[in-house]
Structures are given as C-alpha cells and as structure tokens.
Design a binder for this molecule. Structure first.
Ligand SMILES: Nc1ncnc2c1ncn2[C@@H]1O[C@H](COP(=O)(O)OP(=O)(O)OP(=O)(O)O)[C@@H](O)[C@H]1O
Ligand SMILES: [Mg+2]
Length: 274
C-alpha cells in the first residue's frame, strides 16, 4: 500500500515517539508508525511481516494492516491499542511492578510456543553481529565456534522484548515493535530481555540500577516457570547474545555490562575480554 494519506497529520494526532519512529492517530481505530530515515527498508518490512506472523500464531499483538508512505516518510498502519506501555504503567503503579513483571515473563514464555515461520535465522544474526562487532578476533572465533554447537531453534523470537514494547490493554498484554524478530532458540530471546532490563537504554542512577537488577530476576523467574527453557539454557546463550549486543549497544552501565559479559563467557569456558 503506497497511496498517500489524504488528511494531513496534525500535532494533536501525535501519540508517541520511540527510537526508530513516531506514532500518529489516523482515526477510525488506526495508527500510523512513521519511521525515521535511518531505519532500513529491511527492518520495516520485517516488522510488518513479523507482526502479522505473530498475530496469526496466536500472540496478542497489533498486526500490521499495511505499509503506507506519508509526506515521503515510510510507515506501517496498525490497529490502535488502548492502554499504555508497561514502562509507563509501572511508573504510575510502582508497587505493582512485581505483578506486571510476572505477567510479562508469562507472555514471553507463551510467545515462545509459536514457530518462527519464514523469519531470518537468529543464529545467523548473532554470528554476523559478533563477526562485525568490536571484540578481539580470538574471542570472536571462539564464541562463533561455540555458537555453532548450540541448537538452531525455530521458535518465534522478538529480539527487543522490554518494558517499552509491551502494552497493557483491556484485552491483556500486547507485544509491539517486531523489527528485530527472528526464528531461533527461546533462551536467546529471554537472555536478551534480561540484558535490556539490566543494561538497556534508560536511567542508570544507583536506585534505578538496583530496581533493574531486581526486575530482571523477577522476569527471569516468571519466564522459566512459563517455558521449557531452563536456567542452564540461559547460561549457555548468555555469552553469545551479550557479545553480539556489543556491536550495536547504545546504553549506559558499560562497566557493569562488561563484567556481566565476562562472567557469562567464563561460566561456559570461553575466553574473556579482560
Ligand atoms: N498499535 C499501537 N497503538 C497505540 N500506541 C502504540 C501502538 N504501537 C506503538 N504505540 C506507542 O508508540 C510507542 C513507540 O512504538 P514502537 O515501540 O513500535 O516504536 P519504536 O520507535 O520502534 O520504539 P523503540 O524506542 O523501542 O525503538 C510505544 O511505546 C507505544 O507507546
Ligand atoms: Mg519500541
């Protein structure tokens, strides 16, 4: 769908802004997500495809209605979801964070029962990110050889499952923002969420960091109860996913993250960075 939208988008139609896009209300229960110019065509196509695949697989989400361009900007039209992101919800209801994190882990586990369909291979993505990342070549080689020994996995993985990408709606928790989706092992997706919670974008003052570490533990516990993934699976995938993240990581707590990465490498007998 490339037909231009007839009505101009007005400031009062603005809903939210994320790292990669801005959301506007189109009326009639629809929103348009307009991507920033820096976002690749491939990512936009993947997001539209993966959201539709997830919805068809029974995951609670807003499935893309179609692609649209508006005023030269590339966009995807989605059904409008009511409610707010878990991040906003927790800020307003901090005492109920434990409950929300429990539900969030449970829907992540449920999501991992869906197959990955035609999505790209997560193992391939991790291999590329490690190879093009900043780690010394010796470490890259050892970790890629180790990754080769891990199971392929063919389940639906989100790749960016954090508090800003789940909305609490009257219909339940809905997962949004599928641009990093892939077919792979669920444990890789779960450790990615652990990293985003602890070391992802957002405030990094000491109080928030304590909260982040607690929240990651709470999320992990509810996730492992709701999935077939074990603590050992998470230990196996953690070093790979953490090293791959170095390529594009754009967040604070770097010393703590490097310590976490080294411990994860050490635990499975891989060479460390320091
Ligand atoms: N279908 C929807 N209905 C209503 N609001 C939505 C919908 N999809 C997204 N939003 C709102 O827009 C915000 C940004 O959406 P989204 O996470 O898809 O964009 P992004 O720019 O890719 O985010 P990120 O910062 O994670 O890269 C969300 O946090 C949410 O508040
Ligand atoms: Mg988002």
């Amino acid at each position: 769908m490339t037909d231009p939208i007839k009505e101009p988008l007005l400031p009062q139609d603005f809903i939210a802004s994320g790292a990669s896009a801005e959301l506007f209300d189109l009326g009639g229960g629809q929103v348009i997500k307009l991507f920033r110019d820096s976002v690749s065509e491939e990512m936009i196509a993947r997001e539209a495809e993966a959201s539709a695949h997830a919805a068809a697989s029974g995951v609670l989400t807003a499935a893309a209605i179609g692609r649209r361009t508006w005023d030269g900007r590339r966009g995807i039209v989605y059904p409008r979801l009511e409610g707010r992101t878990l991040m906003d919800w927790i800020r307003r209801n901090p005492m109920r964070a434990g409950w929300v994190l429990g539900q969030m882990g449970a829907i992540h586990g449920a999501m991992h029962q869906a197959g990955g369909g035609n999505l790209r291979s997560l193992k391939q993505v991790l291999t590329t990110d490690i190879a093009y990342g900043p780690a010394p070549i010796m470490v890259q080689r050892a970790v890629i050889a180790y990754l080769d020994t891990l199971p392929e996995g063919d389940m639906l993985t989100h790749g960016d499952f954090h508090l800003g990408n789940v909305m609490l709606t009257p219909q339940g928790m809905m997962v949004i923002d599928w641009s990093k989706a892939a077919a792979g092992h669920p444990a890789a997706d779960a450790v990615r969420s652990e990293m985003l919670m602890r070391f992802g974008i957002g405030p990094t003052d000491w109080m928030t960091n304590l909260w982040r570490d607690w929240a990651a533990g709470r999320l992990r516990r509810s996730y492992t109860v709701s999935s077939t993934v074990t603590a050992r699976d998470l230990d196996q995938w953690r070093p790979v996913v953490a090293l791959a993240w170095l390529r594009a990581r754009d967040a604070g707590r770097t010393p703590a993250f490097m310590h976490y990465l080294d411990r994860a490498l050490q635990r499975v007998g891989l060479p460390t960075l320091r």
